[in-house]
Design a protein around this ligand. Structure first.
Ligand SMILES: Nc1ncnc2c1ncn2[C@@H]1O[C@H](COP(=O)(O)OP(=O)(O)OP(=O)(O)O)[C@@H](O)[C@H]1O
Length: 343
């Protein structure tokens, strides 16, 4: 018998496959509303169960809605066998009828001020995925993050004492990236792969308990679900969604206020102390963070933000504070932000 072609591969429509397809269909419909004829979408495929289930559902749904679909596989070159793992994922994409783009990252450094090699690899991956999107003229890159990833992110944020801007988790869409599976449990993607006869790659990092995310996945979340109810992951994801709505509103207000009160002076970026003091703490802190990020490219921690804000609210005559690469001084009724290299 000749081998099956992708279009002949027809898995039984099981509840898990139907759930994943429905989520992908909704995301595709949103993309189609803003795009023209036969646009192309790329699935970011690691070969793990989430992105493999996503790829299979996209390969099924996209052509039925006049959309073309491909896959992009990033080989970080960080682990033994990474080239083989990437080649296997590319082969799986091809078998599903998705044209794969294979990107090999040559050097992933951890760069100054970054969050270490894991964060550097993630940043490099996002950059590579977006470059692949531009090179192929695709409208978006679909990522396989699930509701479990979202719940884990919220729990890890709580454990760090994070604020709303971390506890809001991952956005369903941010820039060129779309996460259709944020409402789907990981158990569903695993079942969808099994039902479709797909064999995902299980990254050994995903079961290595030296990572706190793995301990949350294997122990913390299952314990919470057992003790507080099986809807715990959904509840955490709902909390993230509500915090995101509130956070988006505050970001919008902060941006509007920035346009009114920030001045580009010769000495640096100046903001009137009176105008900052007139805003509630949540807005004031956001204004400071946004200004420092947009003007100096520095992402302030909460402690650093509060140190700068204290020059407004708790001023005891001290001249200023030094933050990474920036000095903030209080002069003549203004907070002035200066690049340390200019002083
Ligand atoms: N090497 C890669 N190449 C392409 N996309 C990737 C790669 N690694 C991760 N992604 C994308 O980012 C998403 C989240 O990454 P994460 O590290 O949580 O995934 P994973 O555990 O490796 O696999 P999966 O999410 O597919 O089960 C993936 O679902 C996938 O869409």
């Amino acid at each position: 018998m000749p081998p099956e072609t992708p279009s002949e591969r027809r898995p039984r429509l099981t509840p898990a496959i139907a759930d994943v397809r429905r989520a992908v269909r909704e995301a595709i419909e949103v993309l189609l509303r803003s795009e023209g004829d036969a646009p192309l979408v790329l699935v970011a495929l690691s070969g793990g169960p989430d992105s493999l289930a996503l790829a299979a559902a996209t390969a099924f749904e996209a052509p039925r809605r006049g959309m073309r679909a491909g896959a992009v596989v990033v080989d970080h070159g960080l682990q033994r066998d990474s080239a083989l793992i990437a080649a296997r994922a590319a082969e799986q994409a091809r078998a599903l009828g998705l044209d794969p783009v294979l990107v090999r990252l040559v050097e992933v450094g951890s760069g100054p001020g970054s969050g270490g090699p894991e964060a550097a690899a993630r940043d490099a991956r996002y950059t590579a995925l977006d470059a692949a999107r531009r090179d192929t003229g695709s409208v978006a890159v679909l990522l396989g993050h699930t509701l479990d990833d979202q719940a884990e992110t919220v729990l890890l944020g709580l454990a760090r004492g994070a604020g709303a801007s971390s506890l809001h988790g991952m956005a369903p869409a941010s820039g060129p990236f779309v996460r259709p599976l944020l409402g789907i449990r990981r158990s569903t993607t695993v079942a969808a792969c099994a039902d479709a006869g797909l064999e995902p790659w299980n990254d050994p990092h995903n079961s290595d308990p030296s990572y706190s995310r793995v301990r949350v996945r294997q122990t913390v979340l299952p314990t919470l679900e057992r003790e507080l109810g099986p809807g715990m992951a959904e509840a955490l994801a709902r909390t993230a969604e509500q915090l995101r709505e509130d956070g988006d509103a505050l970001d919008h207000m902060a941006q509007e206020t920035i346009e009114e009160i920030v001045e580009h002076a010769e000495a640096g970026i100046a903001i009137s102390v009176g105008a900052l003091a007139a805003n509630p703490a949540a807005l004031r802190n956001r204004i400071i963070r946004h200004v420092v990020l947009s003007e100096f490219g520095v992402s302030l921690s909460r402690v650093q933000t509060l140190a700068a804000a204290a020059l407004v609210t708790d001023w005891h005559g001290q001249k200023g504070v030094d933050l990474p690469g920036i000095r903030v001084v209080r002069v003549a009724g203004n907070l002035v932000f200066q690049a340390a290299s200019d002083i």
